[in-house]
Design a protein around this ligand. Structure first.
Ligand SMILES: C[S@@+](CC[C@H](N)C(=O)[O-])C[C@H]1O[C@@H](n2cnc3c(N)ncnc32)[C@H](O)[C@@H]1O
Length: 218
């Protein structure tokens, strides 16, 4: 009887810990083990591999990491993750955001993580920024206009905005460019609905289709 009680207690203590461990989607060793990237882990890990293989030099992100590394589970913290990759690999990252608060949070995180020499955070509408940007882009990450799970008008505006972003920069993408779109696995098709349809008609193919959609050239 005593043994059974010990086994029961052991399981009651261990099971939640094991579940927590299995749900912990880390990017270790690239990022410290404590950060959980949840639904973005697989796509972020694949992008990091592709950036290495393709020796990317120029990264653009629309919608910046307003919460810095506190946002690994929610927003993604891409500015810091890919900024860190840029720092280690002699690349440059440009992150643009329309909100003063988001830019303030992101700039503080960039500074805190020692990335100020490689990551520039711009306070601007992504559309005017992309229209002006005239260099080649090796990795494009689209994650701006916040999506809504319930409001179909916001869903449509967000989808149109991400399509417009892509159209403004597509001529600076090349055969080895990588495109990642966030918040896709959501009701109504997510941020990527229109832009992915557009890309699939133009010689792009989907590499990973999960919460985020990752595309490369055919
Ligand atoms: C989900 S957050 C970005 C998260 C970030 N990419 C990360 O990985 O942590 C979306 C951001 O897009 C910004 N945004 C919304 N509309 C925008 C626009 N038209 N141009 C640029 N940024 C915009 C918001 O201010 C917000 O900070």
């Amino acid at each position: 009887m005593k043994t059974l009680i010990y086994i029961f207690l052991g399981l009651a203590i261990l099971t939640p810990l094991v579940i927590k461990f299995l749900q912990h989607r880390h990017l270790y060793p690239f990022m410290p083990f404590k950060y959980n990237f949840r639904r973005r882990r697989v796509t972020f890990a694949k992008v990091l591999r592709l950036l290495n293989e393709r020796q990317a030099k120029s990264i653009i992100e629309t919608g910046t990491s307003r919460k810095g590394l506190d946002g690994t589970k929610s927003d993604g913290a891409a500015t810091i993750v890919f900024g860190k990759w840029a720092k280690r690999n002699g690349a440059k990252m440009h992150s643009v955001d329309i909100s003063e608060d988001s830019v303030k949070g992101s700039r503080a995180a960039v500074e805190e993580n020692g990335l100020s020499d490689v990551v520039t955070v711009y306070l601007e509408d992504s559309l005017t920024f992309l229209e002006r940007f005239n260099e080649q882009v090796d990795f494009l990450y689209l994650d701006s206009y916040d999506y809504s799970k319930t409001d179909t008008e916001i869903q449509h505006k967000s989808q149109v905005h991400h399509l417009e972003e892509f159209k403004l920069i597509e001529n600076q993408l090349h055969q080895d460019s990588i495109v990642l779109i966030d918040d896709c696995g959501l009701p109504g098709g997510g941020k990527g609905k229109l832009v992915v349809e557009y890309m699939l008609e133009r010689n792009w193919k989907i590499l990973i289709d999960r919460y985020q959609i990752l595309l490369v050239r055919k």
